[in-house]
Design a protein around this ligand. Structure first.
Ligand code: ADP
Ligand code: MG
Ligand code: MG
Length: 199
């Protein structure tokens, strides 16, 4: 079973990974965006980490809804509301249980991903974070490691795509040949989940 401490570890591992990879995320956002994706997420996940350091919420659902709220209030870019919605909706789907199992987490993350698609209007293949999240959720029924690999493969597979949503879509054909920054950070989020599961 996965308790509040597991979810705290997931969020702090994501925050650490965003710190390590911020420059790469911003570099990916340079040719097809406005070169701020790393700093956007850094600001958001620092707020998440600091809140968890002070007083971690008592349930898995509350850890994620707090993180989602903080991302929405601290990240200016498109990714703030989108990641915020992902975590808030996932947390809401977990309810107020003290522990959840892997299947419940997979279902909740599916609900969160659906909410992101509804908010942003992106479908798989539009070269967004959805291209990492959907394969990850599909693979989560298997194992955390399978979800991590699926998310990473999904992020890499955005390179030949033409962007249909977000800033990169303004470039049309010229968005082809670059890996999507948001899909890349979503792969980091799922890799951190796998790290949290490994202990
Ligand atoms: P901004 O574009 O406002 O500067 P960021 O650079 O932080 O925001 O985030 C850009 C990422 O957000 C993109 O790489 C993409 O993955 C994701 N994104 C943008 N618009 C959408 C959308 N409508 N649906 C899903 N993801 C999106
Ligand atoms: Mg940007
Ligand atoms: Mg921006």
């Amino acid at each position: 079973m996965l308790d509040a401490d597991f979810f705290r570890r997931w969020m702090t591992a994501t925050a650490a990974s965003v710190e390590r990879e911020a420059e790469r995320l911003t570099a990916l956002d340079s040719p097809i965006g406005d070169a701020d994706h790393g700093s956007n997420l850094q600001r958001g996940f620092r707020a998440v980490r600091d809140a968890l350091d002070k007083e971690p919420p008592a349930t898995p659902g509350a850890v994620l809804t707090q993180a989602g709220r903080l991302l929405i209030s601290t990240v200016g870019g498109a990714s703030g509301p989108l990641y915020g919605t992902l975590l808030r909706r996932t947390g809401k789907a977990l309810g107020d249980a003290a522990e959840v199992d892997e299947r419940q987490l997979a279902e909740a993350l599916r609900a969160g991903t659906d909410a992101v698609m509804q908010l942003g209007g992106a479908a798989p293949g539009d070269k967004t974070m959805i291209d990492a999240l959907v394969p990850a959720v599909d693979a989560l029924g298997g194992s955390f490691a399978a979800a991590r690999d699926a998310a990473e493969a999904g992020a890499v597979a955005t390179t030949p795509l033409r962007a249909r949503k977000g800033r990169a879509s303004y470039l049309g054909e010229r968005s082809i040949g670059h890996q999507d920054p948001g899909a890349t950070s979503s792969a980091l989020l799922i890799a951190a989940l796998s790290d949290a599961a490994a202990g």
